[in-house]
Structure formats: structure tokens, C-alpha cells
Design a protein around this ligand. Structure first.
Ligand SMILES: Nc1ncnc2c1ncn2[C@@H]1O[C@H](COP(=O)(O)OP(=O)(O)OP(=O)(O)O)[C@@H](O)[C@H]1O
Length: 777
């Protein structure tokens, strides 16, 4: 702890007073102990320079050593940081001294101190916000049960930097260190994944806002125009991240890529004005805010600077030759006379190539054409149908001949040499252009941060337009939010786009009383597609979109966990298995009662018995939660878990068997329809084997062994009348609780509903009459 310097004070602004190291700190730490009613300390750090706006946070609860990391990076970052801090209600906030220095205090610092006037504020030297140390801390201190957090945070530098400063500080004030593997460490993303009760309202609020805006966009009848405009934007965020990277080596490739990106930047900035004009007349707060974010002068400043160096008509062009020409002539003439000379040479070579190909055509009386590809450079093409070749052969001058459909492609020795000269002059051009571009970029860097705003605006508009499309042009429905996941005739939105016929739609019903669905069915019957469709619908609903279904209701999921099976590969089997285990551990460590969990095949990377064992115990663990879980499996033994757990439902994908008139062989046709119960298709693996070329005697043996094992297993797992009764009682109880919670029925309708429930209960449980209510309802 030697040499550590902290500056702290109660609601202190500026925090500039860096206290002397040890003496002051001892006094301060007793102050901390005195205020342990609130027990959370938070460290906040913001990126510098171009990374301003990226914020990492780490908090620790002194009463209950749990570390929570978060990282934010977008236009609403500051709002998210403040919201998150408000939820945490910290005892103390730590920031870097560079963020708080009087005169150069950051906007984030001002916002935090304004919003948290009564919270102790401490400044720490920037050097303690060290991401490498942060990662080391987590590796050393995180308990193995939560170690999967490393997967999530290893490249999130700002939250790692924050945790380094936080833990060093806390260890210092407490005058002790945390024991290895003693801390629970979690990463909490920035998408409103808060576990407080405000969560539901938070999402609902977003939902209404978004819906409102998308209607608006649609109603202003500018949708087509917006679509056209937005589709002209390139990936602004990616562009920004590439532009700010400085290559370690000045290779031709690096030079070419920088020039390309400068052209992309110009192209993007030239779209800002049309976008502003499109947004100008919009009346909603959100779109007005985006309009004003585009009024940022820096867009104009950057574009002007670019235009002093880059030709007005240089722009992003489709096709590699077009783009090569754009790069070659990007820089204005008379900026570097050597560049002008090199470009003249390049033009002459290209003209020579064109001339040479014309001459060759005339010489052999063939319709030759000049073509270009980035792999071959310039080459010759000829339509095979338009030319009669002597002896069906091309002249011997031509080499590397290929024929695609009706076109011959080839080159010649002279053309290869000319291509080399062309490349050489291009290298010179790119090198000189690159130097000019680097100088230009160095003048632009300080303004480039505004591109974050642009990227935010474009992506938000893109999303709203997609929502507008989903709610107007397609047959999607507006989702409801309840305590049940109920989708009537839902379909996979992407399968719909890529397949010729509309996908088969299916129902989904998951509720508190039946919150664990096991899905079985033969290979290719549609299990994975169905699971992905549910996850997609849930995400679409929660981000404010309509969903592909006739009706839909969702329970807000705090997190969605998925584990989707990978294709088997014998060589990577062990690593596939380990990956599976890591993913499932992550789910087990992080899922809670409000999660949606989707597991598509588990335990395939090991022996069947172990696979079943793993699946069984994972299911039992997940069954202890109220999370909604969908679990697809080929282990049919797992279906019998419903005998022990009444909240398990079995569903399966139906298939039909058709006898082939040729050879009278049986063929499976897929219906893609999900039904209740587990699949009756017990030996579909054997059926698949029958179709393969395995010898009939082997198949026969396999069938016998399978029947024998199956009989043994079934005997042990029979459902008894008692389990059936318990199951029916459980379902009745959960339905009654749900009814009591949600019912808005008048007394008469409620009586009818309860009578219905009673009938259903009696049907499920004919042996019992004990659960009848006293008045017979
Ligand atoms: N609802 C549907 N409507 C139309 N086609 C579908 C539907 N569901 C699935 N399919 C088609 O069937 C193919 C196989 O589906 P999927 O991969 O979901 O099967 P699976 O049961 O998960 O198979 P496996 O057990 O081998 O992993 C898909 O690629 C898709 O083309």
C-alpha cells in the first residue's frame, strides 16, 4: 500500500486535495466504518481522448463481499451510469484524479457530484485504474463458482480498470486483503438488467416509447425515404474504431486500408446533412434530440478538413476496380508532385493495357475485353459464344485459361508484366497518399468523437425503421407483458425470410406452474429452430418490436441464457464437452427466477450414461428456480423427470412415416408441429442407421439390445397414480395462485372459471376428490 494517494471528502467537489498517504487514510477509514449503513463503494472510470464516453464501473458491498462490474459505451452512457449509481446507493464513489482536477474536470465527474451530493467522494491516482491488475485481481479473488465472469470481462478494459482501483482502495481502508477465491464477482450488462422492482416498469416504459416513435416515423410517410437514406450508411462504429487504430507497421495493406477508411469517412459525413434535413421536421423528443446531436459543428469541421486534401468527387464505390481508382485519385492534385507523377504513370500503364488488349483482339480477330479482379489484377475475358476458335483452341500467347459458363478468362506474359508495373506504381501512390492521409487524420482525431453520436443516431433510426416495418408491412403482433410466456402460432422470423414457403407456426405456453419444458423429437424435426424462435421473440418483444405470431404474451426476462448444441466432431470432442460444461456452469451460476433459459442438447460430448446424468442433475438444479426453461434433448430417459416434478411439461415434434412405393422402405416426413407429451419415435437413431449402409445383421443386433435396455429403464420409471394425483394438485394450486393474482373477472365469470378448473383437475386426477372446495366450487 506504500505510496498510495487518495483524496476524499463528504460530497466533495473537485476532490483535488490529494491527502498525504498513510496518516490521513487511517482517520478516513474510521469514517468509512462509521457510515457502514450504506455499504457499497463504487469506482468509476472513463476512457480518455477518443475513448471518452466509455465508462467502466465496479462496486463492492462491504457487508457482503460481492463485486459487480459494468461497462457502458454509447450516447446515453452518462444517464446509465447515474441510474446505476442511484440503484446502488453508494456509501462512497471513487474516481481518478485526472477526471476531477479543478479546471479540467470531466462532464461525468460534474454529473456524479451534482447527483450524489451526500456521498463521500474519493480521488485516486489514475495509475491505479489498471486493467491488467484488475484482471489479476479477479483471477485471484473470484470464487470458482463465479469464475465464468472472466469470460465476460476479459476484454472490458474500463470495468477491469475500475475493479483494480476499487479493490486496492478497499483493501487499503480495511487494512486487510481479500483471501484468494473469496469474492463473488458478477458482470452486469448495461441493458437495464437490474434486479430491483423497477425493472418491469423500466422495460414497459421503453416499449411504449419505442412503439410510439415507430408509429410516428411511419405516419410521417417518410419511411421509404428513411430506408433509402439509412441503407447508404456504412458501419460507422466499426469505421471509427478502425480510424483510431494506428498500425504498428506501415505496410502497403495498412496504407490501402487507411485510405479506404478515409473515403468511407468522407462518404459517411456527406450523409449527415441529408439525415439532418430528414429529421428536421420530426416533432418527437427522441428524434429532435437526434437532430440536435447532428448539429454538432465537428461534423462540418472534419468534412472541411478532409475536403482540403481529398477530391470532392471521391466517394465510396462498389466494385474493386472502382474503389481502387477512388483510392488512387483520392488526394487532390498539386499536393505532392511526386504523387501526381506516379498517378500519371499508373494511368499510362492502364491505358497501355487497354491498348494491348485491343491490339490482341485485332490480331486474332477475337472479341477480347479488359477485365479486373483483386486477385488477378487486369486480365482478358472473351465470350465463348461470340467467337469461332481455330481448332477450338485459344492462341498459344494466352495462358492461365479458365472457363466459367460462357466466358473464357486468360492472360498473357506481357499482361502479367504490365500488371506488375501497375502494382509497383500503385504501391508508390498508396505510400504517398498514406502519408498525406495520416497527417490529415492526425488533425481530425480531436474531433472524431462526434462519430459516436452519428452511429447512435443511425443505429436507432435503423432499429425504429425495422420496428415500423414489423408493425405495418408484416403480419406480426404487438406483444403483451404478463407473468406467462404464451405465443399463439409463432414462427421463426429469419426462417421466414430465407425459405420459399412460410415456416410452420407453433404454440408456446410456459407459466409458473409449468415452467420447465422438455422438448424431444427426431433429428431435423425442428427442435433447434423452435427454441431459437422463442428466444428471438422474447428479445424482439423486450426491445419494443412486434413479434411474428398471432398472439403473444411475455414475462419480462432479466436475462436470456442459451446453450445451443454444436455439431459433433470426434477430433474436438473433448473441447466440445468442456465448452458445453463451461457454458452450462455459466448458466447455473447466473440464472435466477426471472431468467429465460434455453438449452439445446447437453451432454452429447460424453458417454450416454454420463450425458443423461449431467442432464438430469442440471435439470434438477434449474427446476429449483422459477426461471422459464426450454430443454431440448435426445435423451428420452429425461422425459420421465416429470414424474418427480409437476412443473415439468413434455413436448415433442411430430413426424409421419410414409412407406416408399419403391422398395417398400419407410421414410420420415417432418411436420414441424409441436405437441404435448414426449416423442414416441424411440428408435429414430436406429431408423437413420437402417437408411445408412450398415449391414442388416448389425442393425438387428442393435435393435435387440436397445429394446432390452429400454424395457429395464421403463420398469424403474413408471408413473404411479399417486404421482399423477400430486401433479394434478400442484397444477390446481398454481392456477389458483395465478388466478388470485391476475384475475379481473366479475364474481359470476370467476365462478364459471373455477368450475372449469375443478373439471380439469378431476380429469387429470380421476381417483381423487379430495381437493374439492367446501362449497363444491
Ligand atoms: N417450423 C418450421 N417450418 C419449416 N421448416 C422448419 C421448421 N423448423 C425447422 N425447419 C427446417 O428443418 C430443418 C431442421 O430443423 P432443426 O435444426 O431445428 O432440427 P432439430 O430437431 O434441432 O435437429 P437436430 O436434432 O438434428 O439438431 C431446419 O433447417 C429448417 O429448414
Amino acid at each position: 500500500m506504500e505510496g498510495v494517494e487518495w483524496g476524499r471528502g463528504r460530497g466533495q467537489r473537485g476532490g483535488g486535495s490529494s491527502c498525504g498517504p498513510r496518516g490521513n487514510l487511517i482517520t478516513s477509514s474510521s469514517a468509512v466504518s462509521a457510515h457502514l449503513v450504506a455499504s457499497i463503494i463504487v469506482a468509476v472510470v472513463e476512457g480518455r481522448g477518443l475513448a471518452r464516453g466509455e465508462v467502466g464501473m465496479a462496486s463492492i458491498d462491504l457487508k457482503n463481499p460481492e463485486v459487480v462490474l459494468s461497462q457502458f459505451a454509447d450516447n446515453t452512457t452518462y444517464a446509465k451510469v447515474i441510474t446505476k449509481l442511484k440503484i446502488l446507493t453508494p456509501l462512497e464513489i471513487i474516481m481518478s484524479n485526472t477526471a476531477c482536477d479543478t479546471g479540467s474536470a470531466t462532464k461525468l465527474f460534474s454529473l456524479i457530484t451534482e447527483n450524489f451530493k451526500n456521498v463521500t467522494f474519493t480521488t485516486v491516482q489514475r495509475k491505479y485504474f489498471n486493467e491488467t491488475k484488475g484482471l489479476e485481481y479477479i483471477e485471484q479473488l473470484c470464487t470458482s463458482e463465479f469464475s465464468t465472469v472472466l469470460m465476460e470481462v476479459q476484454s472490458k478494459y474500463y470495468c477491469l480498470a475500475a475493479v483494480a482501483a476499487l479493490l486496492k482502495y478497499v483493501e487499503f481502508i480495511q487494512n486487510s486483503v481479500y483471501a484468494p477465491k473469496s469474492l463473488k464477482v458478477r458482470f452486469q450488462g448495461n441493458n437495464f438488467v437490474f434486479t430491483n422492482s423497477g425493472f418491469l416498469h423500466c422495460y414497459k416504459f421503453i416499449m411504449h416509447q419505442v412503439l410510439w416513435h415507430m408509429y410516428l416515423i411511419y405516419l410521417v410517410r417518410n419511411k421509404e425515404f428513411f430506408f433509402e437514406l439509412i441503407s447508404r450508411f456504412l458501419d460507422t462504429e466499426q469505421l471509427l474504431s478502425i480510424l483510431v487504430q494506428i498500425p504498428k507497421q506501415d505496410t502497403v495493406k495498412a496504407a490501402e486500408s487507411k485510405i479506404t477508411n478515409l473515403i468511407y469517412l468522407k462518404h459517411t459525413l456527406e450523409l449527415v446533412d441529408p439525415l439532418k434535413a430528414a429529421l428536421k421536421s420530426c416533432k418527437t423528443h427522441l428524434l429532435k434530440a437526434y437532430y440536435s446531436s447532428l448539429e454538432d459543428k465537428r461534423f462540418g469541421i472534419i468534412l472541411e478538413k478532409i475536403k482540403t486534401v481529398v477530391n470532392d468527387d471521391t466517394r465510396y464505390a462498389k466494385g474493386c476496380l472502382n474503389m481502387r481508382t477512388q483510392k488512387c485519385y483520392a488526394v487532390r492534385p498539386n499536393i505532392n508532385e511526386f504523387l501526381d507523377i506516379a498517378r500519371r504513370t499508373y494511368t499510362e500503364i492502364v491505358d497501355d493495357i487497354a491498348g494491348m488488349i485491343t491490339q490482341l483482339g485485332e490480331k486474332y480477330n477475337l472479341p477480347l475485353k479488359m477485365s479486373f479482379s483483386s486477385a488477378r489484377g487486369f486480365f482478358i475475358q472473351m465470350n465463348a459464344e461470340c467467337a469461332a476458335l481455330p481448332n477450338g483452341q485459344l492462341p498459344s500467347d494466352f495462358t492461365k485459361i479458365t472457363k466459367m459458363k460462357n466466358a473464357y478468362s486468360f492472360t498473357s506474359a506481357d499482361l502479367i508484366k504490365m500488371n506488375e508495373r501497375c502494382q509497383e506504381s500503385l504501391r508508390e501512390i498508396y505510400h504517398m497518399t498514406y502519408l498525406i492521409v495520416c497527417k490529415l487524420l492526425s488533425e481530425i482525431y480531436e474531433h472524431i468523437h462526434c462519430l459516436y453520436k452519428l452511429s447512435d443516431t443511425v443505429s436507432m433510426l435503423d432499429m425504429l425503421l425495422s420496428f415500423a416495418h414489423a408493425c405495418t408491412l408484416s403480419d406480426y403482433v404487438r406483444p403483451e407483458f404478463t407473468d406467462t410466456l404464451a405465443i399463439k402460432q409463432g414462427w421463426h422470423p429469419i426462417l421466414e425470410k430465407i425459405s420459399v414457403e412460410k415456416p410452420v407456426s407453433n404454440n408456446t405456453y410456459i407459466t409458473e406452474g409449468s415452467n420447465f419444458i422438455i422438448i424431444t423429437g427426431p433429428n431435423m424435426s425442428g427442435k433447434s429452430t423452435y427454441l431459437k424462435q422463442i428466444a428471438l421473440c422474447q428479445i424482439m418483444a423486450q426491445i419494443g418490436s412486434y413479434v411474428p405470431a398471432e398472439y403473444s404474451s411475455f414475462r419480462i426476462a432479466e436475462q436470456i441464457f442459451t446453450r445451443i448444441g454444436m455439431d459433433d466432431d470426434i477430433e474436438t470432442n473433448s473441447s466440445t464437452f468442456m465448452k458445453e460444461m463451461k457454458e452450462i456452469t455459466y448458466i447455473i451460476q447466473n440464472a435466477n427466477d426471472k431468467s429465460l433459459i434455453i438449452i439445446d442438447e447437453l451432454g452429447r460430448g460424453t458417454s450416454t450414461e454420463e450425458g443423461i446424468g449431467i442432464c438430469y442433475s442440471v435439470c434438477e438444479y434449474l427446476l429449483s428456480l422459477k426461471a422459464f426453461t426450454l430443454f431440448a434433448t435426445h435423451f428420452l430417459e429425461l422425459c420421465h423427470i416429470d414424474a418427480l416434478y409437476p412443473n415439468v411439461e413434455n413436448s415433442h415434434f411430430e413426424v409421419q412415416h410414409v412407406r416408399n412405393s419403391v422398395g417398400n422402405k419407410e421414410k420420415i416426413t417432418y411436420t414441424y408441429i409441436i405437441s404435448k407429451g414426449h416423442t414416441e419415435e424411440k428408435n429414430y437413431g436406429l431408423k437413420a442407421a437402417e437408411v445408412s449402409s450398415l449391414p442388416p445383421s448389425v442393425i438387428l443386433d442393435a435393435k435387440e439390445i436397445t429394446t432390452h435396455i429400454a424395457r429395464q429403464i421403463l420398469q424403474k420409471q413408471r408413473t404411479t397414480p399417486e404421482t399423477l394425483r400430486q401433479r394434478a394438485v400442484y397444477h390446481l394450486a398454481t392456477r389458483l395462485v395465478q388466478t388470485a393474482r391476475n384475475s379481473r373477472l366479475d364474481p359470476d365469470s370467476l365462478r364459471i372459471f373455477l368450475k372449469g378448473l375443478k373439471k380439469k383437475y378431476e380429469a387429470d386426477c380421476p381417483v381423487s376428490g379430495q381437493a374439492q372446495t367446501e362449497d363444491g366450487q
